[in-house]
Design a protein around this ligand. Structure first.
Ligand code: ADP
Length: 349
């Protein structure tokens, strides 16, 4: 990544610049103090020698000695300068290495986030291309026909409409994901009864519930959660949607809510296909779908639901997890704090 490399280079230079300015200031100060001391010592010696009563004839020796003192002073100052210069060269080398490591460390989260963004764009483009390619191929084949019967045209249009539906579902998923990327609006936070969340989420799926003859077993008390109403409904809706999608017709889906201390644990349990143990660590990743959902049973989806659910839970400072036994069913649990805690606020001791 060129952007990151140039940022590492610039940041290294900035850190090194700061280190070198400090080192040079320190050296200048040290030189000044030490040189002043050397001069003061030399002057003291000079004064003492000048005050010495010497017999005539030794005057020349005194002058020579005083001259040698001046030479010594110059030498000591040069020595001092050389040592300080050496110190700065060493600081430059060590500081350069340390600055580089520090710059790498500082930019690591940004690099990771850029890489994740790159992967996301690639995945999203891939998912967008699939229905577009299908539509293009069908239209091209139809256009190659000399005559197109009304029946074939109708088939083509209805197939295109299906692909458009997929594109709409994907863009809706991407929009939902983008909405929760920006965090929660503090003004939207409210105390919401769990009963209300369940009711609103169930309301959205009346049609598939009836179509698949799913039986709902809803168990909750009077517990409440403080959070963003729409996103909490979205959370329950994602889990319920999956439970309906991945369960056989006529099966029972359990929605539960249990208070424990300062938390409420919401559970969605189905008696569906279940999830392989090796898939569980990945199902909350964007665009991840188990092979089974992709191929065998062809369940509609883009692998965005659970990543949205995870984002919502983490915005509320909760945790989400899944337990599953293949062919027996899955249970998703979201543990959410009853009171919303803003990340930047300090908790009382
Ligand atoms: P989508 O359902 O659109 O594929 P999700 O992010 O909601 O995307 O789920 C990711 C994957 O996790 C699904 O493709 C499916 O393989 C698996 N999964 C999620 N919920 C369930 C469930 N209740 N039962 C079985 N598999 C599930």
């Amino acid at each position: 990544m060129r952007l990151i490399q140039s940022a590492v280079f610039k940041l290294t230079l900035s850190y090194l610049g700061i280190i070198m300015v400090l080192s040079l200031l320190f050296s200048a100060g040290l030189y000044r103090v030490s040189a002043d001391q050397l001069i003061e010592n030399a002057n003291r010696q000079r004064g003492a020698i000048q005050r010495l009563p010497l017999p005539l004839g030794l005057e020349q020796q005194r002058t020579d000695y005083l001259d040698s003192l001046t030479v010594q002073l110059d030498e000591s100052r040069s020595h001092l300068l050389f040592r300080l210069a050496l110190l700065n060269v060493i600081t430059l080398l060590i500081g350069g290495g340390a600055s580089y490591l520090l710059a790498l460390r500082t930019l690591k989260p940004i690099q990771e986030s850029l890489e994740a963004q790159g992967r996301f764009t690639a995945d999203a483009s891939h998912e967008l291309r699939t229905p577009l390619t299908a539509m293009r191929t069908e239209i091209e084949v139809a256009l190659r026909e000399k005559t197109l019967s009304a029946h074939d045209a109708r088939m083509l249009l209805s197939s295109n409409l299906e692909e458009i539906g997929k594109l709409e579902a994907l863009s809706a998923g991407l929009l939902r994901l983008a909405r929760f990327e920006n965090g929660l609006n503090q003004a939207d936070l409210a105390v919401i009864p769990v009963a209300e969340l369940f009711e609103a989420a169930i309301d959205r799926f009346q049609a598939p519930i009836a179509e698949r003859r799913v039986q709902l077993d809803v168990q909750h008390g009077t517990e409440t959660i403080m959070g963003d109403r729409d996103s909490l409904i979205e959370l329950v809706a994602v889990l319920l949607d999956n439970a309906i999608k991945y369960s056989p017709e006529g099966s029972i889906i359990k929605l539960t809510s249990k208070p424990s201390g300062n938390f409420v644990t919401l559970g969605v349990q189905d008696a569906g296909a279940g999830i392989k143990a090796s898939d569980i660590p990945h199902i909350f990743d964007r665009f991840y779908r188990s092979d089974r959902s992709r191929s065998k049973e062809q369940v509609k989806g883009y692998g965005l639901g659970l990543s949205i659910a995870k984002r919502i839970v983490s915005l509320h400072h909760g945790t989400i997890g899944a337990e599953s036994v293949p062919e027996q069913g899955s249970t998703f649990t979201a543990k959410l704090p009853i009171h919303y805690v803003a990340k930047s606020s300090f908790l009382p001791l």
